[in-house]
Design a protein around this ligand. Structure first.
Ligand SMILES: Cc1ncc(COP(=O)(O)O)c(C=O)c1O
Length: 793
């Protein structure tokens, strides 16, 4: 067996009865559960590497993990828990970092060719630092920052003049797309320093990857310090940060040996000792951004031997995975001569080497060779083949789409005091998609979204009051002294959520406070704080973070939600996580009735007295003359329907009570404007009960997706004794059953007449979320005090 493989198995993982263990679990058991091919990452190894690196670095150093090496969410979460920041190279990685829980200010963005959209996304989210790679990029960052009204923290990535020796992949010292050539650094620096939208923080050097010679690293850092000193002098003050990049290597091949951390430590200690008292570096933070060194050794790749064949005297083991999962091991990434990674038969570690074989993957290309001429124990179909040193640039740098095999699962093993935790980082599947947020301040601008908007509302069954048409009609009536703010969050697959918001200033407790309301809160049927379709918790978070950071700070957010609704839980957990204070008040309890039985059975379920009353009242009314229920629902009828409503309302008891629809301008305006829209979409229902041609009672309702939404109802008071409202209700409940409807939503409060029909209620809660500025704290303090002084019930 390959001695390097055996040494790695013993050093990091363990062997039992000839079988490789990870976290004490035999790998056959792990793949028995998760299948092959698979990657396995061991938390313990990662920690050992991180601890070893920390010991080698001078104490002034901090570590930012380079996400490109392995963006697995479990890996990111763990590294974040160990007090590291993250270095990213794309919007996709940015989103992965955020999703893993990384605060935006702990993220650095390096890499050539950042697009406008990427820069806009990260700047709008408050990224910690962007590493400028060219003059064009500096100007682009400045322009976007100005547009967003933010100041961008930038460092300049320098492509040093001296050749950096010893790395397998050199990224400095010669013509390169990475960074700004040291020779023109002064000019770029002056440009950045003069730009008020850019906050210059320091320099970044990254000169190579896979460096195994500590003296090369020390000499690179020395060179970096020299550049930093010159920049500090030109600027006239010390730099905030000097970033030496990653590049620390791990041994893959027989001729390589481990990076000597003891001599790295000694070399850096000597180099940085005088820095402590050097005024050119007062307050300067030093940083490295390793990827490979931290995660490379923590990962293994496992694939099963699926076929064994001999061709013209040469034996091939054919695995169920290959370069599509592990391009690097096939020698097609960063190698000029194909060399074999440390590898073995994971279930035959103690068996003697017997055969000389090539190990290949299942792809139709001779490039898909994982091992050429390797000596292994005699293999059988079903054996497990392991490739060590596979935690970095393995899955993340492979053409997963090539030949359309499934992507290999990744198993995270965390063996601790409380046993072994194992699991798949399932979110991985969607990791590459990113979320972006756009702001709009008028409905006209988003009219192009109408279809997508309504599609979202429909697919999530949010009901008519969240439709584009309902909300834009509502906005038209509530414009005065308010601003509209529609936030649209999307990823590559389309809209993930919409926040239709309104901003206004209100006087509260003697203070002018900025307030955010859901537009729907002016006339919602049910509380639905945001319109969410997919990736709901992240979308919610993005909306709040965006408003907190990039809009003027708001003191109060008002919305209402349904108790027990999915969004209640998401909202509350977000508020806890982000540290917002919340106050809630009981909202309306609105009755609804699911139509699960037949109308005949429903009648039997009603209270006997109520049932008898229904019958007798309808009969009495019918005895008075011709009783008719007519619907005014279409494009040509809605105006007649509204005329009947007006006539009934003018003669209704609600006029005295002040709740008649025509008395409250807003409602009349809203419903009359909405009627033709609803008629066009065929959801309008205006049933009117006529007696001898005289309208007695009406409903203004919407019928959508099998649900009868009862928005408004009334009757003429002079007919009170004949109970026209009562009879209308009976006819309409019956009508809904006859339509094959699913539900009658009585909406509004739990009034007695509704509760005769149902006992089902939707509870709502009104909620105030306190922002994080001074005004909000003051209001929250006031609120707490009032609660304290309130007599205890
Ligand atoms: C800017 C930058 N930082 C950090 C790294 C991580 O390098 P390594 O994994 O060799 O430590 C890379 C790798 O390409 C990089 O480009």
């Amino acid at each position: 067996m390959d001695q390097r493989a055996r040494a790695l198995a013993e050093k990091h993982f363990g062997i039992s009865r000839g079988e490789l263990l990870v976290g004490g679990i035999p790998v056959t058991a792990l793949v028995g559960k998760y299948g092959t091919p698979a990657f396995i990452y061991d938390r313990k190894v990662l920690d050992e590497k991180l601890d070893a690196l920390r010991r080698a670095l001078p104490p002034q150093f901090s570590i930012c993990y380079s996400v490109k090496a392995n963006p697995n969410p479990a890996v990111l979460r763990h590294i974040l828990s160990r007090d590291c920041g993250l270095e990213i190279a794309s919007a996709g990685e940015f989103c992965q970092a955020i999703r893993a829980g990384c605060p935006a200010e702990r993220i650095l963005f390096a890499g050539p060719g950042k697009t406008e959209a990427e820069l806009e996304l990260v700047l709008s989210q408050g990224i910690g630092e962007i590493h400028v790679e060219s003059i064009t990029e500096a100007k682009r960052i400045s322009e976007i920052s100005r547009r967003l009204g933010v100041r961008a923290n930038v460092a300049i990535r320098v492509n040093p003049a001296g050749e950096a020796e010893g790395g397998a992949m050199r990224m400095g010292g010669r013509p390169a797309p990475f960074g700004v050539d040291e020779e023109i650094l002064d000019g770029v620096l002056d440009l950045v320093l003069a730009d008020p939208s850019l906050e210059f923080r320091g320099i970044h050097l990254f000169t190579g990857s896979q460096i195994l010679d500590s003296s090369v690293l020390v000499s690179q850092y020395r060179h970096g310090l020299g550049i930093a000193r010159r920049v500090a002098q030109r600027r006239g003050q010390p730099l905030r940060a000097v970033d030496f990049g990653g590049g620390l290597g791990i041994p893959y091949f027989a001729h390589e040996s481990e990076l000597d951390l003891a001599s790295l430590r000694a070399g850096l200690a000597e180099l940085f000792a005088p820095i402590e008292t050097d005024p050119a570096f007062t307050g300067t933070k030093f940083l490295v951004e390793p990827g490979r060194f931290l995660v490379g050794e923590a990962g293994i790749y496992l694939a099963r031997v699926n076929d064994i064949k001999v061709s013209r005297g040469k034996k091939f083991l054919i695995l169920d995975g290959g370069m599509n999962h592990h391009l690097a091991a096939s020698g097609n990434l960063g190698q000029t001569i194909k060399r074999n990674y440390p590898m073995a038969l994971a279930n035959k570690l103690d068996a003697p080497p017997e055969e000389f074989v090539d190990v290949v993957g299942p792809l139709c290309t001779p490039l898909d060779t994982l091992a050429r001429g390797v000596t292994l124990p005699r293999a059988e179909i079903g054996d497990l083949f392991v490739i060590f040193q596979s935690g970095a640039y393995a899955r993340s740098a492979s053409p997963l789409g090539f030949l359309s095999h499934p992507a290999p699962p990744e198993i995270w093993i965390d063996a601790g005091h409380r046993g072994v935790h194992q699991g798949l980082a399932k979110e991985q599947r969607n990791e590459l998609s990113n979320l972006a947020i756009q702001e709009h301040t008028s409905f006209e601008v988003v009219s192009g979204l109408r279809e997508e908007w309504n599609g979202l509302v429909h697919s999530q069954k949010l009901g008519p009051a969240q439709s584009y048409e309902w909300l834009s009609t509502l906005w038209d009536l509530h414009k005065t002294n308010r601003e509209l703010l529609i936030l649209v969050v999307r990823d590559e697959d389309g809209i993930t959520g919409i926040a239709p918001l309104v901003r206004e200033t209100e006087r509260r407790k003697g203070l002018q406070v900025r307030l955010i309301k859901m537009l729907s809160s002016f006339h919602a049927l049910h509380g639905t704080p945001l319109l969410l379709r997919r990736r709901k918790p992240e979308t919610l978070k993005l909306v709040f973070d965006h408003l907190q950071k990039y809009r003027e700070p708001w003191a109060l957010w008002f919305t209402s939600y349904q108790v027990g609704d999915e969004q209640e839980a998401q909202l509350c957990s977000l508020l806890r996580e982000r540290g917002y204070a919340l106050s809630t008040a009981r909202g309306v309890r609105s009755p609804f009735q699911r139509l699960e039985e037949t109308w005949e059975d429903k009648l039997k379920l009603l209270q006997p007295r109520f049932r008898t009353a229904l019958r007798s009242r309808e009969k009495r009314l019918r005895e008075r003359g011709k009783l008719e229920l007519r619907f005014f629902d279409t494009d040509t009828q809605w105006e007649q329907g509204l005329a009947a409503i007006r006539e009934i309302e003018d003669a209704s008891w609600k006029v005295q009570a002040g709740t008649a629809i025509t008395e409250q301008d807003f409602q009349w305006h809203f419903y009359s404007r909405y009627a033709p829209i609803a008629a066009r979409s065929k959801t309008l229902r205006i049933p009117v009960l006529f007696l001898e041609g005289e309208p007695l009672a009406y409903d203004y309702a919407l019928y959508e997706d099998g649900i009868y939404y009862l928005l408004k109802t009334s009757y003429k008071s002079k007919w009170h004794d004949l109970y026209p409202g009562f009879v209308l209700r009976k006819l309409l409940v019956e009508w809904t059953y006859a339509q094959g409807g699913r539900e009658i939503d009585f909406l509004g409060k739990d009034e007695d007449w509704k509760m005769k029909w149902t006992s089902q209620l939707r509870e709502h809660r009104d909620c105030f979320i306190f922002g994080r500025n001074l005004a909000a704290r003051y209001l929250h303090g006031f609120h707490k005090l009032r609660n304290l002084l309130k007599p205890q019930e």
